[in-house]
Design a protein around this ligand. Structure first.
Ligand code: SF4
Length: 307
């Protein structure tokens, strides 16, 4: 099977055994999406997965975590995922956990019994494309689910004992929506139990539907100041016992902190307030330099396509 999409992983999986599971996205319709657009959805066979795991296993500790790459491998039928997990157990009998990415509706398509069985077979953690807690922002970006549906499905993961990291896109709602998005996203995550919350900053990648919306005047980007203000409001309102991990090249500012560590949180909030006070709008645009982020992305993308 010829996969053509470049493999990607969350920064947190840098030391995991990375195995290709799928390419493309079964939904492929979020307006801001720049990752899997145009790639047909494909999945490896359990035998291919086992062969690849055997080939790589000796380079990793026996209890290595495994990350199955792809935009939403969890969309696969439960029986396929069970066959994957059994193949991984044969190739790497002592792996510590298996993680992969999922959409909210990928969870809703599985029964509680199936979720429990997958957990028992080693699926311990999912990365979930929650993106935002504001329904207007989700709808505008055609995410395909509401905040309430996200809460419902994340509760089902809690019930099955499957941990999860939630994604958050700062600035998703566009100009003027930062305050509402920060508050609503904190409200969403406070109702569930994320192991970790990770974020990126809204960036308009060429060729995406949101890039056309910008050209047509249907979407105005939030400034970097507004994204930073949104981060401040979000962290002020986030009270669930979790780790906020904002170390990603698309974030306007990079912080990692335990939310229930009051002293750590106080220092980060003060730091953000200080940055907002000390720099002009123009300084912040220059410091974040989203144009450079886009150049970096296209350079990496081009280099990898040439390999
Ligand atoms: S679910 Fe994820 S990969 Fe699929 S279109 Fe949306 S953002 Fe892109």
């Amino acid at each position: 099977m010829q996969f053509t999409e470049q493999t990607m992983r969350p920064p947190q999986e840098a030391h995991s055994l990375l195995l290709r599971a799928t390419q493309g996205c079964t939904y492929n319709d979020c307006h801001f999406c720049y990752v899997s657009r145009g790639y047909p959805f494909m999945a490896v066979t359990p035998q291919d997965l086992e062969n690849e795991a055997r080939a790589q296993a000796s380079f990793f500790p026996p209890d290595t975590p495994i990350y199955l790459t792809g935009a939403n491998p969890f969309s696969l039928p439960a029986d396929t995922l069970k066959a994957y997990l059994a193949a991984l157990r044969r190739a790497c009998p002592h792996f510590s956990e298996v993680s992969m990415q999922s959409r909210i509706d990928d969870i809703s398509h599985k029964t509680l019994q199936q979720l429990l069985e997958l957990r028992q077979l080693g699926l311990a953690h999912l990365y979930i494309g929650t993106e935002n807690g504001n329904d207007a922002a989700l709808k505008r970006m055609n995410k395909g689910n509401t905040a309430a549906q996200a809460v419902e499905q994340l509760h089902r993961l809690d019930e099955a004992g499957i941990a999860y990291t939630t994604f958050y896109v700062l600035g998703l709602g566009g100009k003027g929506m930062g305050k509402a998005c920060g508050q609503d996203t904190a409200k969403l995550f406070n109702q569930v139990h994320p192991r970790r919350v990770t974020s990126t900053g809204m960036t308009i990648f060429p060729g995406t539907p949101v890039a056309r919306m910008v050209e047509e005047g249907l979407y105005v980007q939030a400034s970097e100041r507004e994204k930073i203000e949104e981060l401040l409001i979000f962290l002020e309102h986030l009270t669930v016992d979790t780790l906020y991990d904002g170390i990603h090249y698309l974030n306007p500012l990079n912080y990692r902190l335990a939310i229930n560590n009051a002293e750590e949180k106080r220092k980060v909030l003060e730091d953000i307030q200080d940055i907002l006070r000390s720099y002009s709008d123009a300084d912040l645009e220059l410091m974040v330099n989203r144009r450079q982020m886009l150049s970096l992305w296209s350079l990496v993308h081009k280099t990898s396509a040439q390999r």
